[in-house]
Design a protein around this ligand. Sequence first.
Ligand code: B12
Ligand code: SF4
Length: 614
Amino acid sequence: MKQQVYFFQCQEDYSGSMYLPYSSGILWCYVNQFPEIKDKYQLADIFFEKISPAEYVAKMENNPPDLALFSNYGWNTAYHLGVARAIKDRWPECKIIIGGPNAQQEEAYLRTHTQVDISVWGEGEQTLLELLRELSYDLNSIAGVPGVAYINKDNNYVKSSVRQRQKELETIPSPYITGIFDSYFGRYDYNFMPVWETNRGCPYHCTFCDLGADYYSKLNNFSTERLIAEIDWFVKMKIEYVEIADANFGIVERDLELVKYIRDMKNKTGYPEKINATWAKNSPDRVFEMSLILAEMNRGGVTLALQSSNPTALGNIKRFNIANARLGEITKRYIESGIPTYHDFILGLPGETIESWQNGILQVIDINPEGWIFGHPLEAYRNTEFQDPEYIKKYNLKFAVTPQVSFFAKRKTDVPVEIGNYVVQHNTMTQEDYIESFLFKWFAIAMHSLGWAKRTAEGVHKKAQEQRSDFYLKLYNWMKANQDTVLYSEYARTQESLRYTIGNGTFWGRQIFGSDDIYWEYESSSCIEFERQREQFFNDLSRFLKEVYPTVDTNEDVEANDLELISYTRQYPYQHNNLTVTAQNFEDFQDFCVNVYWYGRRKQGWRTKVNEQN
Ligand code: B12
Ligand code: SF4
């Protein structure tokens, strides 16, 4: 009887959509081409849903596992350990192997997590092949396999040498073309999203990212023929959405050809509808050309990653982005072509100060007022420099240990909760500065990106010849001095919620619609509250303008702001003076909030159409 192999690559349910467990698929396709593996092992299943560990045990009762393999990422590691524990308790002989970016190899970890037999780090294909060959004998025989760590039969910790990178990616069959996932489309009712890998590796060395390790610095490409055949498979399976795994899509010239082919297929067949990519940081011309070809197919728009505008912080994380130096020139083309752009900031980078953080955000608002701003809390991932004691000491990093950030998700508490270490203090930022910086990001996104003061800022910009950044800074300071305003009360609530999360290790975000609600991102939560107190909000805004800009006539700007910002209580279309205001109507307030302040937030779902009547 062949040994039964189960893979686990589990994830949240993205409202009925699921990523195909690509890494598990590719690992199995690689090892299964070798006769000695085919003879001894059989793939029993690749699991990807987060159901209770007991349910998985029940699923395997009829065909018990001899080997259970787990792909660990930040979003599933605690959960996988729970499943592995349940398997080990039920079938103590079953071997458990963990791999993936979040697999840990330290001795203490392996001694604590006794359900794990072997931990693999680095590319997994060849390591798994060698492990499976050796494991048919016994655990002590795997000592010569590079890339592994384990506690051996004599209770000694063993960590082998680093696995060399797989240079010839052509030796790895494609799980899509092989058909390993074909049966999923009949077995499950999900909308499946493939992860598409056109190359592996990243030439950059960001210290917060596991792909920043020297190990991954060489870029290896899959062949164009294989990639074209994979696109054909996406079309055949009527795939709507493709997630590109590359660290820098657009970094190699042929990526241009790939998007042309995708675009052609979409035009001919309707599939795939959308793609999402992490764009190359330093190939702005090619990325721009690719985004013109993709047009509306490019779901995420183009991220002009910044991380920070503070050169010291960028140096400390070993990051170089062309966009930081040429922001105006690069964004201009996108603005002119109407292609949405996004700017990523990471809060918690050593070297950042409260001033440089605020300036970075304000600078982007001035240069690219239509761009969306992301401000992620910095998580110290496993296998990155942010977990290295020397790096931690050098920058005096302090962490908040909380459930992983996952805004707009319902947080399950009946399965193990994923925990993250978030940098909330370092040598140039106290924890108080961190909280205040977080709140500034909250303010900028709510007022500008989500539209609550955007049109007003524009008016002042034109009439008072003042940068938008000056307007927002004045509004921020005024808010803090005027505690009777709706804006301030939301500032205080957000601050309180954030402090509680950091201090007590609770979920990030706020629940608005009862205890079964999702955890809304803070800025969206506050916009919902502003909508509830809309009249008061705009009265406060008018008061601010009268007090701070007494000589500028801004009445019409506040009014225009109000018209331009969708309201739940208005019936669209409606006439206002000689204007027609159009927007979607919603029958339910929660539905309105979900569509405007969750799904619609990056696409300016808050924006009405205001046209002059003919
Ligand atoms: C697709 C993807 C996503 C998707 C889908 C995730 C999903 N549910 O499947 C989306 C867009 C949702 C996503 C979101 C996020 N992601 Co992401 N994502 C990726 C991406 C781009 C591709 C993953 C992939 O398939 N790679 C290709 C495969 C082949 O590589 P691999 O998975 O590493 O597998 C190889 C080895 O690790 C090993 N291996 C893997 N499993 C196993 C198992 C065994 C048994 C063995 C032996 C070996 C082994 O062998 C494989 C083949 O060589 C990677 C970046 C990258 N290029 O890898 C980031 C990456 C996985 N994501 C990352 C992060 C941080 C995130 C976010 C937290 C980002 C954010 N700030 O919001 C969110 C969290 C999402 C959530 N809460 O669920 C980090 C993970 C860090 C970590 N320690 O876990 C990565 C590595 C990016 C990075 N460099 O920082 N992500
Ligand atoms: S460029 Fe992206 S993938 Fe590469 S090391 Fe930096 S964060 Fe990681």
